[in-house]
Design a binder for this molecule. Structure first.
Ligand SMILES: Cc1cc2nc3c(=O)[nH]c(=O)nc-3n(C[C@H](O)[C@H](O)[C@H](O)COP(=O)(O)O)c2cc1C
Length: 127
């Protein structure tokens, strides 16, 4: 955990890149946050992450249209991501617009390449 905290301390931009599992992060990423973002370091008297950018980059099986109020998943991605947005807020981090690659099984290689280029641009914009 100390090693992970040292890596975070050295960087201004933190991107959590993960596949969407059961409307959330995979369990192992949740555990990583549980262990690394500790009280007295990340919040509750600690400010180690304050001012850093937090961006999430997510692949999902479901396409954008199922992440609408009238769609199969009933809630938007923005709504599903509220716990992470609030985690950033608690740690005084800047919450950036999530980067989404949705409906992955419907994408062909040319579309994947385009989305990857856009991803690189978004990361560069973090500065
Ligand atoms: C355990 C599990 C849970 C999943 N839950 C969701 C989900 O809640 N919503 C969704 O859109 N896709 C879901 N998927 C599909 C994954 O998001 C998708 O396969 C993944 O983003 C593709 O990335 P990968 O090629 O790196 O696995 C799930 C997949 C698995 C294996």
């Amino acid at each position: 955990m100390e090693r992970e905290r040292n890596i975070l301390s050295r960087h201004k931009n933190i991107v959590l890149q993960f596949p969407f599992y059961w409307y959330s992060t995979p369990a192992i990423l949740k555990e990583w946050i549980d262990e690394v973002f500790s009280r007295g370091w990340a919040y509750g008297g600690g400010e180690a992450l304050a001012g850093k950018n937090l961006m999430v980059a997510i692949t999902s099986g479901g396409p954008e249209k199922v992440y609408q109020h009238d769609g199969a998943n009933r809630f938007t991605m923005e709504e599903f991501l509220r716990p992470l947005e609030q985690t950033a807020h608690l740690c005084a981090m800047r919450w950036n617009k999530p980067f989404l690659m949705q409906g992955v099984r419907y994408l062909d290689q040319a579309q994947i390449d385009l989305i990857c280029s856009a991803y690189v641009q978004e990361i560069k914009k973090l500065g």
